[in-house]
Design a binder for this molecule. Structure first.
Ligand code: SF4
Ligand code: SF4
Ligand code: SF4
Length: 158
């Protein structure tokens, strides 16, 4: 491989790494199927989501948005999908790690705040020594806590 080719392949792999992955409704096996099958659909999954967290993107594939809600794992999006993209038998946790940023979290910075604790129905946010919230392994990545953090300290890593 010539030096220039090597350089451009390194740059493109770096760009791919930096690209944020799209969060999908938690009922798929193969990411590629979104791109082939969703183009035939009019975005039905987004119309049945009780939490209104499914957005249809320009490429016609669905994306989860946790700004105002979280996933209840209710199965409705999979039930309505006619193109075998979302299937109930492929149900899984959302493919993301939810984290608390200790730099921006009020509590970690000694300002009393428990805003994220109660909205988490899975009891996945534990407060150590009262001021140190940590997300434990019970987290299902449902995203509900994100909207309640007043300082935007709950982040998604995928
Ligand atoms: S209902 Fe199925 S095919 Fe239609 S946009 Fe949603 S995932 Fe794609
Ligand atoms: S499982 Fe239910 S709440 Fe979650 S994205 Fe699908 S329709 Fe929405
Ligand atoms: S900590 Fe995890 S399980 Fe609890 S609300 Fe946040 S994303 Fe959902």
């Amino acid at each position: 491989m010539k030096r220039r080719e090597l350089f451009s392949s390194l740059v493109s792999s770096f760009k791919e790494d930096k690209q944020e992955k799209v969060l999908r409704p938690p009922y798929f096996k193969d990411e590629d199927v979104f791109f082939t099958n969703c183009t035939q659909c009019d975005g039905k999954c987004s119309t049945v989501c009780e939490e209104n967290i499914i957005q249809i993107q320009e490429d016609k594939t669905p994306k989860l948005n946790f700004e105002e809600g979280g996933c209840t794992y209710c199965d409705e999006c999979a039930k309505v999908c006619e193109y075998e993209v979302l299937n109930i038998e492929d149900k899984q946790n959302i493919n993301a790690i939810i984290q608390i940023d200790t730099q921006t979290c009020l509590s970690w910075n000694k300002i009393m705040c428990f805003s994220c604790k109660d909205p988490c129905l899975d009891d996945a946010i534990e407060f150590f020594a009262m001021f140190k919230p940590v997300i434990n392994e019970a987290c299902t990545s449902c995203g509900f806590c994100i909207q309640y953090c007043p300082s935007g300290a709950i982040t998604i890593k995928n």
